[in-house]
Write a protein that binds this ligand. Structure first.
Ligand code: HEC
Length: 154
């Protein structure tokens, strides 16, 4: 009988120890998850997301530049090709309404025909080389292209 009692005591201790270990394990895992969540939250709300958005936008610009502009405008943004380098393009148009640069990309020859001062300057230097018109590029897409141009110009 005493032998059996002793046996049950050991079993009880064992089960209690296991229970304790289990509780400790759950606590540790929970704490790790909480710490991990904290880290992820600060990074997503703080620095990572805005950076991601900016580079996504520049990436869209890169795609559009390669597909539409790279045949004539050097992708180093500094050297001449069929057309002028684009590193100073935004500055060159800064004296005019912002719309003018969009209108230029959408239909360059129209701006030249209208006698726009910057368009006339360009034509005097680069004509009769004609820039292709891109009537389908939206303002957001053009902004993305110049975001990429800006990134490549530094
Ligand atoms: C077929 C060649 C060609 C393609 C394609 C082309 N361009 Fe041009 N681009 C020119 C030429 C040539 C000029 C100089 C003006 C002229 O002669 O029409 C120019 C001028 C410009 C200017 C004026 C630069 C300044 O400093 O004022 C901008 C801005 C510009 N291009 C942007 C673009 C963008 C953005 C694309 C793509 C969506 C593009 N171009 C595609 C040939 C091209």
């Amino acid at each position: 009988m005493a032998y059996l009692k002793w046996h049950i005591e050991i079993l009880k201790t064992l089960i209690l120890t296991l229970l304790l270990l289990f509780v400790l394990l759950i606590y540790a895992v929970n704490r790790d998850v909480a710490i991990l969540e904290d880290v992820l939250n600060t990074e997503f709300c703080g620095t990572i997301n805005p950076m991601d958005d900016a580079s996504e936008f520049a990436l869209l610009g890169k795609k559009l530049f390669k597909a539409n502009c790279a045949t004539c405008h050097n992708k180093n943004m500094k050297d001449r090709l069929t057309g002028p380098p684009l590193m100073n393009a935004v500055k060159d148009w800064a004296a005019y309404p912002k719309d003018d640069l969009y209108r230029w990309i959408n239909n360059p020859m129209k701006l030249i025909a209208d006698g726009h001062p910057r368009a006339t300057e360009l034509w005097n230097e680069w004509g009769p080389s004609e820039m292709t018109a891109f009537p389908n590029l939206t303002e957001v897409e053009i902004d993305a292209i110049f975001e990429y141009v800006d990134l490549m110009s530094n």
